[in-house]
Design a protein around this ligand. Structure first.
Ligand SMILES: *Cc1c(COP(=O)(O)O)cnc(C)c1O
Length: 452
């Protein structure tokens, strides 16, 4: 299987090369040259464990890694989850399920992809006999999950920038209390945008990037999207035939990465009835799927901070398919988006996608209502997905984070303080963070001193 860019101006690459490259050189995102047809394959997959299903699915894409080795990599990627089911599907009521994606090491769904990506990076180092320095900026969950994906891995170092004082105390502890020598959590004096701007400048320095074999960790890596397809398939396979026929996945959405994975699985032949894009008050995707207008606004910080996004980077992958796989059309749209801050589409995909949005004022009430109705506590991101469910469908709500990561919001909504043992352990550990100004020069010299 080869991988092409959404902008059509990059020569196709193999799986490992596309994963190591991240963003395509023409500025686009990698996608499989053709999507495999899964029809006829899944009857043999229904009884598999999560890791074995993941292997069977991903081997269709990772065709350049020997199967025995790849199976071992995939199995190892799901050993740090706190539940044997890995992604438990909990029934709350008739026709209503929660797919719990928060039992990984950082208690958010990003672990599903980043545990695997860390192992793929490690393999790449071994095969090429090179070291790699991974660099990223985070407003919370991605940084923590990336750090836990690379923790202690030989040949790698990871540098994560975050805005000092602006990530939650527990998220900061997940990044700074690991004790691992290859992890560098950098608290920059500035906002997330300042951190991102410094990072962009560093990646723009071709010589520096090549010299330190820098790789970016962000939400657009091909391996992340593919790894995320698996929990949709795993959940769907666990339903009765009657339920399978009317499933709607309801997905708390920011960068469109999670929901895109589900949609791609549908494109591979799995008959999923629909997807609901559930946004918080930063609702560019809600506006797009209800009006066809895709237009950036100002980011308004919310109680569901991992969805505080205006331009959804993975949306470009969806656009590519909607534009009939025409890279030239994608380039034109992205150009228009960049110059005008938006574009308008006339044809909506109403058959497949519906959308909802949820203001901050509504989130505590939803948390309280869900607890009263089902005796179940959802985190503020997952709460957005309960905004308005379609009673004609079997709803599977993706629970993207553990409520224990957001004790203040949950306490004010329900009076209870959710706890998770892994977070309690962190509270006793020393915080190791480096404070730096949010300038490319300061960060560059820090990397210079600590790179592997
Ligand atoms: C990252 C994240 C999201 C948004 O996921 P996208 O793939 O960006 O749509 C939602 N909830 C939580 C808890 C997250 O960490």
């Amino acid at each position: 299987m080869r991988y092409i860019s959404t902008r059509g101006q990059t020569a196709p690459l193999g799986f490992s090369e596309a994963v190591a490259t991240g963003l395509a050189p023409d500025g686009g995102l990698f996608l499989p040259e053709q999507l495999p047809d899964l029809r006829g394959r899944w009857p043999g997959w229904a009884g598999l464990s999560y890791a074995d299903l993941c292997f069977e699915f991903l081997r269709l894409f990772a065709t350049d890694i020997p199967a025995v080795e790849f199976r071992e990599i995939v199995r190892r990627s799901y050993t740090k989850f706190a539940r044997t089911e890995i992604a438990p599907l909990r029934r709350l009521a008739n026709g209503l399920y929660v797919l719990e994606l928060f039992h990984g090491p950082t208690l958010a769904f990003k672990d599903f992809a980043l545990q695997l990506l860390g192992n793929l990076y490690e393999r790449q180092c071994r095969v090429r006999q090179e070291t790699i320095n991974v660099l990223g900026a985070t407003s919370g969950d991605t940084g923590a999950a990336a750090i836990h994906g690379l923790l202690g891995k030989p040949g790698t170092a990871i540098f994560i920038l975050y805005p000092d004082g602006r990530v939650s105390p527990l998220q900061e502890r997940q990044m700074t209390c690991t004790g691992a020598e290859n992890v560098h959590a950098i608290a920059v004096d500035g906002t997330f945008d300042d951190a991102q701007a410094a990072l962009k400048e560093i990646f723009g320095d071709q010589d520096f990037r090549v010299r330190h074999r820098l790789s970016a960790v962000n939400s657009i890596n091909l391996a992340r999207v593919l790894a995320q397809c698996v929990y949709y398939l795993h959940a769907w396979l666990h339903l009765s035939a009657a339920e399978q026929a009317k499933v709607e996945f309801v997905v708390p959405t920011g960068n469109f990465g999670n929901i895109l994975a589900g949609w791609m699985l549908q494109q591979m032949g799995v008959p999923i009835s629909g997807f609901k894009v559930a946004t918080n008050q930063n609702d560019i995707l809600y506006r797009f799927f209800t009006t066809g207008d895709y237009r950036v606004g100002q980011v308004a910080p919310s109680l569901a901070p991992s969805m505080d996004i205006q331009a959804a980077s993975n949306f470009e992958r969806y656009l590519y398919y909607r534009m009939g796989c025409d890279g030239a059309k994608v380039r034109a749209i992205m150009r228009e988006f960049k110059t005008n801050g938006g574009c308008r589409f006339t044809e909506l995909d109403r058959g497949t996608f519906t959308a909802s949005h949820c203001d901050d004022g509504e989130i505590p009430g939803i948390i309280q209502r869900v607890k009263q109705a089902y005796g179940y506590i959802v985190d503020p991101h997952t709460a957005c997905a309960f905004r308005d469910l379609n009673p004609q469908r079997v709803n599977i709500v993706l629970a993207t984070a553990s409520p224990a990561k957001f004790p203040e919001t949950i306490q004010s909504a329900t009076g209870e303080v959710p706890v998770d043992p892994s977070l309690e352990v962190l509270k006793a550990k020393p915080v190791i963070k480096h404070r730096l100004p949010a300038t490319a020069a300061a960060i560059r010299s820090f990397i210079e001193a600590h790179a592997v």
